[in-house]
Design a protein around this ligand. Structure first.
Ligand SMILES: [Zn+2]
Length: 368
């Protein structure tokens, strides 16, 4: 096992650019969200899924978006043929869901593609399926988006990347939807969206989500929910699975503050009065993979009995009297005493190699 990791380290050192904080995608240029490119510049559907390409990501996050004109809590459909009576093949949410315009025909129809926004009660059972279809060109509308903030959620690493003024500002841990055989519609619909309304708190059975912002009809981005037990708010059960799929389709975001003070509350405070921020959701396509963090990446721990490893010298997860924390490197993480430490839930340090490998194995490209 160790030898294998050593080889991985060599690969990491030789080929992977050094990136602080976040794991990165390798050979990301091979993967774009759409089915094909038609030469649209700064377009979500034609921009590689590579979080390290800051300039291209920012251009994509701030470019105008093409949506279908209508009410944000209602949906329309794409048709198999450019005719109003043709079969419906995909659900599209009005006003907030971006569409990829592939062709504008002379007959008043356009060929577009989306990840179908089919929910549990939809007639079309194309759960999160990348689908092409026709829609009336006159129904399409180009909207301007927030020019200060933008967000990317990557299902592959279950991270939220917050961009501010053209830079990657911070990284948070999330849970997107976890589908199962009976509830395939739990999968969070990928694609590009706009935040269109502040929802605030919502209750689902005895589970309460706070700071919810609507971006796709019934899909919200909100704080990791708590389970109400009398007057007690139990965050821990759902908080401990952040960084993995777990929700019914919403995007759960961490409550614990990063060293910069970022969390879902921070997002809520910045965006709730300012609708129109773009949210990008990258699909974890087979063949995509996470890069290995550089062995020299600095990590930190509390020498006096701390149980976590940290990304920063000062972390809200550690009491002041133990700060600043003591440095070591990612390359030492599998050695004692670091091998017993858990990833901190506040500062989101890079995953262990073994955990990265589990994700990459699960997404290996199918054999040709
Ligand atoms: Zn920490």
């Amino acid at each position: 096992m160790l030898k294998r990791y050593f080889t991985l380290f060599l690969v990491a050192v030789l080929f992977v650019p050094i990136v602080s904080r976040a794991e990165t995608t390798v050979a990301a240029a091979d993967f774009i969200p759409g089915s094909r490119t038609v030469g649209l510049e700064d377009n979500y559907w034609e921009t590689p899924m590579d979080i390290t390409q800051t300039e291209r990501i920012w251009a994509m996050l701030t470019a105008p978006i093409t949506v279908v004109d209508g009410h944000q809590k209602e949906q329309t459909v794409l048709r198999k043929e450019p005719r109003a009576d043709a079969e419906a093949v995909a659900d599209v949410t009005y006003d907030s869901q971006g569409v990829h315009v592939l062709e504008t025909l002379d007959n008043g129809w356009s060929l577009v593609e989306v990840y179908s926004s089919s929910f549990h009660d939809s007639k079309i059972k194309a759960w999160n399926q990348l689908t092409q279809g026709y829609i009336k060109t006159s129904a399409l509308k180009v909207k301007k988006v927030n020019q200060k903030y933008g967000m990317v959620i990557d299902k592959l690493d279950q991270r939220l990347y917050i961009f501010v003024d053209g830079e990657l500002y911070d990284v948070l841990s999330v849970s997107t939807g976890l589908p199962n055989e009976r509830q395939p519609y739990n999968e969070t619909r990928s694609g590009e969206y706009l935040i269109v309304s502040p929802v605030g708190d919502f209750v689902s059975d005895n589970v309460v989500g706070e700071y919810a912002l609507r971006f796709n009809d019934g899909d919200f981005i909100h704080q990791v929910p708590y389970i109400a037990r009398g007057d007690n708010k139990a965050y821990e059960p759902l908080e401990k699975v952040l960084g993995e799929r777990a929700s019914h389709g919403c995007i759960r975001v961490q409550r614990k503050r990063t060293p910069k003070g970022t969390n879902m509350r921070w997002i809520w405070d910045k965006l709730r009065r300012n609708m129109g921020t773009r949210i990008i959701i990258w699909e974890d396509l087979q063949g995509r993979s996470l890069g290995m963090p550089d062995a020299q990446t600095p990590l930190f721990y509390n020498t006096q009995g701390g149980k976590d490893y940290h990304a920063a010298e000062k972390c809200y997860g550690v009491r002041d009297k133990y700060l600043p924390l003591t440095p070591f490197t990612y390359g030492e993480l599998e050695n004692a005493p670091y091998s017993a430490l858990n990833a901190c839930q506040y500062c989101v340090p890079p995953r262990r190699l073994a955990d990265i490998e589990v994700i990459n194995q699960a997404h290996r490209a199918p054999r040709m």
